[in-house]
Design a protein around this ligand. Structure first.
Ligand code: SMO
Length: 763
């Protein structure tokens, strides 16, 4: 079939997006709407002694100004900590209350303190500037080392020593012993730098309340309306989630940051109920820098043991990570449940352990960012394996190949107690090296143009589609229109296209007839989650497969009546039922018309993750005079199990590489260590990669079908951002090897590289 699964069918949603007819939250208006503006803490840490809004309340257009005290008086609760774990020593981690508006204390710069609602957005902003905050400054800590130091300022009384969580994965003591017994131990310290998500569309929310029924509606850019409803509402409002409908229209980028509930979503609902009018809020870019959750920011020390034959014996990782001034919903997920289980990467390592300490710090809350812990794990293992190869005088690909888990080992339970179902890592690495013309690199390096060249390999593996359920419903109307309902949410990935393709193939129906509906908790779905952890096609695709099958089953029963046959006898092919050996047949659309419409329902659950993996190969040229890096070639060979649409897939990988190289080369969130002020609060100071920073990417797949997913699919949304940082950094270290440089922390800005070169020359 022309537009079936596996075909590079062009994205159906792009017509809407490129002609300016996308419909984002900020495009949606309601009669009588009002505008909210958030008054944010101008300091990172302080005692909130008072909020004086008297003068501001008298300003033109102002309808209300709410403070933490108002919310307390109305019994508004807290934002949820979804992931709450036990300390390794025992006992539950502390969960200091995270109020939508601060009470008594502020613990991060930009924390919401008051909410102004006015007739226009400008009036709300002007009044917000007239709100006087009485805050008594306290000393701030912006990184875990400072937060854990003796005498450090204390953020929350519930968390002595600012310890949010001390957690371990694996047996740390036994791993220490295995390292001590190893022939050789290679050690590395890495900083996985703190980055913002910088979604093209900043966050937003519109709150509506029906005074008669008491029902709320929230329109908000999110990664899944059901997820937001499930997490946001009950703990804040003390009412069942069914009192809230969440609608998510088109979304311009989420990347983990929009998977979670935020204070402002609660504030617009609260204000809408108080005022009896719709209340809208739209984040500015400045607010996004201050108040979106941020990602990564790990300080890790790793030790890798090797035996006399260069086989890996043990891996121990010790990590310190901040969670910010308040605990975000998934604040401790990335450095615990997500990253550490992937610590061994694609290698046979008999024993693996990770020890993690999470600190409260006076910075924006931390949460998921594209990969959510797995990029940190992949970066660490791929850096230390490269460093080990260099110390041993081995080619990095040779040390990798020696230690890679082999296809005949599958399914393979790793030293970190995770079972990989499939993959041929050595073959994909070889394919990547071939595609990158690895063998031809020495000749390219020999060019006498004053630049220092390097080539780097990052072999990533990640776990996608964490245990979860997803539902799908397919309806064919009597008129022949096909509607697909799913609970996953595209934030730009192209779900409309891939779900349409799957349905067109399964039902044998033209793509033009099919519409995908998502983003509404009122959809008729048996279950719904949302889009995180590269799970949309893994889980949503699984559900849609079942829904299409269910619909065909029901249609078959109807067709049997029309064809005067028994259902089991008739075959379904190319959109029509026929009785084999006869010319009796009837089209699916005709069956639907005669039946007055047909509906198929699918409810899919997968408890085991999928394991996409692949080779990223990066080639760089470093100017030793300036430290500037040019990425000259970039090649990827991925194993995504099965490809639904190579065009959509390549787009996912391209975007991921850009984000990964962005992190590795340019991006860095910097807080002043003394004041906690944000020094990288705009695109003037926070550098996103631009087109000229990136080469064309050579992207291909060498797929090994996933054995635990009925579609054979492995999640692909995050992969690019996971493989790119180690490939890039390994390439730069390779280029700088003549200077004896073996470690450099991201981002590899010209200044940082130049400094390292100068230090190496001097030393
Ligand atoms: S970083 Mo994601 O939305 O699991």
């Amino acid at each position: 079939m022309k537009f079936g699964v596996g075909q590079p069918f062009r994205r159906v949603e792009d017509q809407r997006f490129i002609t300016g007819t996308g419909r984002y939250t900020d495009d949606i208006h309601h009669d009588g709407e009002t505008h909210g503006f958030v008054v944010r803490s101008p300091v990172a840490h302080g005692l909130l002694n008072g909020v004086d809004a008297e003068a501001a309340r008298e300003m033109p257009g102002v309808l209300a100004i709410y403070t933490g005290a108002d919310l307390a008086a109305d019994g508004i609760g807290t934002l949820p900590a979804v992931i709450v774990l036990d300390h390794v020593e025992g006992g539950r981690m502390p969960t200091p209350p995270y109020h939508p508006l601060a009470r008594e204390k502020v613990t991060y710069l930009g924390q919401p303190v008051a909410f102004v609602v006015a007739e226009t957005a400008l009036q709300a902003q002007e009044a917000a500037e007239a709100v006087v905050l009485d805050i008594e400054d306290l000393p701030a800590v912006v990184d875990p080392v400072a937060a854990f130091a003796e005498g450090a300022p204390q953020l929350h009384p519930e968390a002595p020593g600012n310890l949010a969580l001390h957690w371990a994965h694996g047996d740390v003591t036994a791993t220490e012993a295995a390292l001590a017994a190893s022939h050789r131990v290679v050690e590395i310290e890495v900083v996985n730098n703190r980055i913002v998500v910088a979604s093209m569309e900043p966050r937003n929310a519109i709150g509506l309340h029906d005074a008669e029924t008491g029902d709320f509606t929230l329109v908000t850019g999110s990664q899944g309306s059901h997820m937001i409803r499930g997490w946001l509402f009950e703990q804040l409002f003390g009412e069942p989630a069914t009192k809230l409908r969440v609608i998510t229209p088109d979304v311009g980028g989420g990347f983990g940051m929009k998977a979670i509930p935020y204070p402002e979503q609660g504030l617009v609902l609260y204000a809408a109920r108080k005022l009896g009018r719709p209340v809208r809020w739209q984040s500015s870019r400045t607010e996004a820098f201050l108040s979106d959750t941020q990602g990564r920011d790990n300080l890790s020390r790793a030790r890798l043991g090797l035996d006399a034959d260069n086989r890996f014996t043990a891996l121990l990782v010790e990590t310190m990570v901040p969670c910010g001034g308040a605990l975000s919903a998934f604040g401790v997920y990335c450095p615990t449940l997500s990253g550490p289980p992937m610590a061994p990467g694609v290698y046979r390592i008999p024993i693996v352990a990770t020890d993690v300490r999470v600190a409260f710090t006076n910075t924006a809350p931390m949460d998921a960012y594209r990969g959510a812990g797995r990029p940190e794990a992949a970066y660490l293992i791929e850096r230390i394996v490269d460093k080990a190869a260099r110390e041993l005088g081995l080619a990095p690909e040779a040390l990798r190949a020696l230690n890679m888990i082999a296809p005949e080992d599958m399914p393979h339970r790793t030293g970190a107690d995770v079972t990989y179902d499939s993959g041929d890592f050595a073959a994909a690495m070889r394919a990547g090296m071939e595609a990158a013309d690895w063998a031809g690199f020495p000749a390219r390096r020999a060019q006498a143009d004053g630049l220092m060249r390097g080539i780097g390999l990052g072999y990533y593996i990640e776990r996608t589609g964490v245990p979860g359920k997803e539902g799908a419903v397919v309806e064919i109307s009597a008129g022949g229109a096909v509607t697909v309902h799913v609970g996953t949410q595209s934030t730009g990935q192209g779900h409309e296209t891939t779900y349409v393709q799957m349905t067109a193939e399964a039902l044998g129906i033209d793509v033009e007839r099919i519409t995908v509906k998502t983003g509404d908790t009122d959809q008729p779905l048996p279950s719904a989650g949302g889009t995180v952890a590269s799970r949309s096609m893994v889980h949503g695709g699984g559900a849609l497969r079942l829904a299409n099958g269910d619909l065909i089953g029901k249609a078959r029963a109807e067709a049997a009546k029309l064809l005067d046959a028994v259902p089991d006898e008739i075959a379904f092919e190319d959109g029509a039922f026929h009785v084999p050996g006869s010319n009796r047949h009837v089209g699916l659309l005709e069956v639907a018309a005669k039946a007055g419409g047909l509906t198929g329902v699918g409810d899919f659950e997968q408890m085991i993750g999928t394991f996409p993996n692949g080779a990223h190969i990066c080639e760089v040229a470093v100017d030793p005079e300036t430290g500037a890096i040019k990425v000259e070639r970039y090649t990827v060979v991925d194993d995504f199990g099965r490809t639904l649409n190579p065009l959509v897939l390549a787009g996912q990988v391209h975007g991921g590489i850009a984000q990964g190289i962005g992190q590795a080369m340019l991006e860095h969130v910097v807080y002043d260590p003394d004041s906690g002020q944000l020094l990288s609060g705009s695109f003037m100071d926070y550098a996103l990669p631009r087109a000229e920073d990136l080469p064309f990417f050579e992207v291909s797949t060498q797929n090994v079908p996933c054995t635990t997913n009925p579609l054979g699919i492995k999640g692909a949304g995050e992969a690019g951002a996971i493989g790119a940082p180690p490939a890039f950094v390994n390439a730069v270290i390779d280029a700088l090897a003549p200077f004896g440089i073996t470690e450099l922390d991201m981002p590899l800005t010209p200044f940082r590289v130049w400094e390292a070169i100068e230090a190496a020359k001097a030393g």
